[in-house]
Every structure is written in C-alpha cells, then in structure tokens.
Write a protein that binds this ligand. Structure first.
Ligand code: PLP
Length: 400
C-alpha cells in the first residue's frame, strides 16, 4: 500500500524462504517431502564454540561492545584473514555485523545513490538484487554460461560497466553453482577494472572454507593486490562453523568505507550480540578440526548428487568446486508433459512437478536469475539425498 516506501515495494520475500514455507504446508497436510532447499549446514555448532558462549554469559560479557566488535573478536578475525589470504588488515578496515547479510546490506546502503548500478553475475545469491533495490540502486544482471563454469568473463564484465557502475558483486565459491574463481580468472577481471577506477568490488567469500579442490580458495585480495583499495571482502562464521543462528559476519576494506558502514551500524544495531561475538572469536581462533571433517562429508554428498543427477535422462549437473549446492540443468525436461497432462514450460514448472510427483523440494533457477535450472542443496543427510535422487529419477521417467 501507499504507506509502504517505494524502496520496500520493489523487493520480495526470499524465494528460498518461500520454498521452505511450501514444504511446511505440504508436510502439515501429511505429505512426506524430501527437502533439498536449505541454505545452512545440517551439523550442530561444535561444542567448544558453545562453551565459549556459555562462559561469556557467565562472566558478564553481556553489555554493548564497540561497533566493530570486542577486542577478542577483532583480533580473531584479522588473524584468520591474514592466515587465509596473506593480507594483513588494520582494525580500522574492519566492520562486524549481524551476519554477512547485514554487512553486505550496509555496504550498499553506505555507497549507493539513486540509479547507481551494481553488476551482479547470474545465477546469483537471491539477496543481492533485492538489497541493491532496497538501497535505491539498479541491479545490472549479467548472465554467465554453464560452459564458462557459471563464471563472469572479462568481456561480459567490460560490456556491463557504465559511468554509473558503483560495484561488482563476486561470490566465490558461489551460491547457487559452487563455482570457484581461479587466481588467473580473478586477475583477468581485475585487469578490466584498471580502466574503471571508480568501480568497487564486493567479494562475498562466505563459503571459502567449503572447498573440494586442492589447496584453497584464492581470495580476490590475494590474487589482485593492486585492487585492494577498492575491494570489500565479506565473510562470516555461519557456513564454516555451522553457526547460522549466531549471526556474526564481517567485512574488510578501505577505511573510508568501513567508517561509513560503522556509522550506519551505530544507528541500526549498535553491535552484534556480545555472546555471539565470544562464540565467533572461539570459532575463528580455536580448534579447526570441525572444518575438514565436515568438508569431507559434504564432498561425499556432492559426488552422490552429481552422479545421481547425471544418471537421470534430461538432467545434468557440473561438479561444484565449493559450497554445498549443485545447479542442475533441466533443459532436457522443458516442453515435456506430465502424466497429468501438464506441459513443463519453465524451471518453475519443473520444480513444482518434482514437488508434486516426486515429493522432492528444490528451488527453481529463475529465482537465481538463470534458467532453465534448479538448485539442489546437499547440506542434508545422505539417506535423504539418496531417496530424493531415486524419487526424481522415477518421476522424470513418467514424462512424455
Ligand atoms: N552470502 C551468500 C552467498 C550466502 O549464501 C549467505 C547465506 O545464505 C550469506 C552471504 C549470508 O550469510 P550470513 O548472513 O549468515 O553470514
């Protein structure tokens, strides 16, 4: 209605939240639904992290902290980032938020004026375009190709840049494709930006520890040191340490930007929860064995998903290198007809068909800006994944 601001009327509820709601509805009607829609680890937060939070509460760490966190958390973040990227940041280049999500939102709020453009490669994390719209910016969506590994190419980046471009958003490893940029690919993109000195890069590396390749995920700040003054690096503890509910994320970048973000945060949340900060500090600086252990489990599930999908006629999936999602190509099902006589016109119809006929919930590709695909999350147990793959296979074989 007219009492709601235009910038809010432009945005919508997250499609993953909507999909989860549909699953809840069907389950309440007694349907057995296998859900492959979740965007969070199915593991519990490690015990030593919980204990750090309990200790913080018992010791009276129950008050407001600095806008950019407790000294312990700040040190833990700066050490972790230097350990992982080789780049030493200063404390005035650090901001801490209620999840990486708040940090990204604040960076856009701090920098966008009406009509400023933000280049977002598709498929994208569903929140980026809506966050841009909510801050009066204009998302400029650039399609990537499966043949390019769903990665932005230097040529398509160059074609998307205009005098109004303020940001490019990169996400490596990617939600929803699991694509990971190599150091050379990052350098090639950075080279394009030499000609556009006003453009900044927001690099969302929240899945950087969930990686199935050799070595590690290379951060943009490591690959392209010359760009550092224009890079805002976002990360957090949600995915790596199964801490989605604790809500701690962080951003590192030029001090002028961090200062503006911290001013906003001082007026919005003051600081993240002090108890969560203690937990996040313990996560980042304590025993790291949880990480390789869970990544090994995700990797087994990934191989199960990719093999299972590629065995279904009409579906195919490239192996994701990171995160816990597979982006499944369903072009082979478009135009086919279900036993009930429904023609599958697009990936939303495919997702509905899988929900109705296979009892499997996935999120359709249009939600991520690139069709015809759907996203499977393998942040769920192997039994559920196996049953879901069998059910998808059986349902697809009924199509004519
Ligand atoms: N970035 C990406 C690509 C994500 O998938 C998510 C969570 O789904 C986030 C950022 C934000 O995570 P959080 O706010 O829990 O740190």
């Amino acid at each position: 209605t007219s009492q709601i601001a235009a910038r809010v009327q432009r945005i919508k509820e997250s499609p993953s939240t909507a999909a989860a709601e549909r699953v809840r509805q069907l389950r309440s009607q007694g349907r057995h639904i296998l859900s492959l829609t979740v965007g969070e680890p199915d593991f519990d937060t490690p015990e030593h992290i919980k204990q750090a939070a309990i200790r913080a509460a018992a010791d009276g760490e129950t008050k407001y902290t600095s806008v950019n966190g407790t000294p312990a958390l700040r040190t833990a973040i700066l050490d972790r980032v230097e350990r992982h990227t080789g780049v030493a940041y200063d404390v005035n280049q650090l901001t801490v938020g209620v999840g990486g999500k708040q940090v990204i939102f604040m960076a856009l709020m701090a920098t966008l004026d009406t009509g400023d453009e933000v280049v977002i490669p598709a498929p994208y994390w569903v929140s980026y375009p809506d966050m841009v719209l909510a801050n009066d910016g204009t998302p400029v969506i650039v399609d990537t190709r499966e043949d390019d590994g769903f990665k932005l190419t230097p040529a398509s980046l160059r074609a998307a840049l205009t005098p109004r471009t303020r940001w490019i958003i990169l996400n490596t490893p990617s939600n929803p494709t699991g694509a990971v940029y190599t150091a050379d690919e990052l350098r090639a993109l950075a080279a394009v930006l030499d000609d556009f000195p006003r453009v900044m890069v927001l690099t969302d590396e929240i899945y950087d520890e969930i990686y199935y390749g050799d070595g590690k995920v290379i951060s943009l700040v490591e690959a392209a040191p010359g760009l550092r003054e224009r890079v805002f690096l976002v990360n957090g503890v949600s995915k790596t340490y199964a801490m989605t509910g604790w809500r701690i994320g962080y951003g590192l970048g030029p001090s002028f930007l961090v200062k503006a973000i911290n001013t906003l945060i001082s007026q919005i949340t003051s600081c993240p929860a002090s108890i969560s900060q203690a937990a996040a500090a313990a996560a980042l600086s304590g025993d790291q064995s949880f990480v390789p252990k869970t990544v090994a489990v995700y990797k087994e599930r990934r191989d199960l998903v990719v093999a299972g999908i590629n065995a279904v006629p009409g579906l195919s999936a490239v192996k994701p290198d990171g995160a816990f999602y597979a982006y499944v190509n369903c072009s082979g099902l478009i135009g086919r007809t279900t036993p009930k006589g429904v023609r599958l016109d697009d990936d939303e119809a495919v997702a509905l068909f899988l929900l109705d006929e296979a009892g499997v919930a996935v999120v359709h590709g249009a939600a991520y800006g690139l069709s015809p695909y759907f996203r499977i999350s393998f942040a769920t147990d192997k039994a559920t994944i196996s049953q879901a793959l069998a059910a998808i296979d059986a349902a697809v074989r009924t199509l004519v």
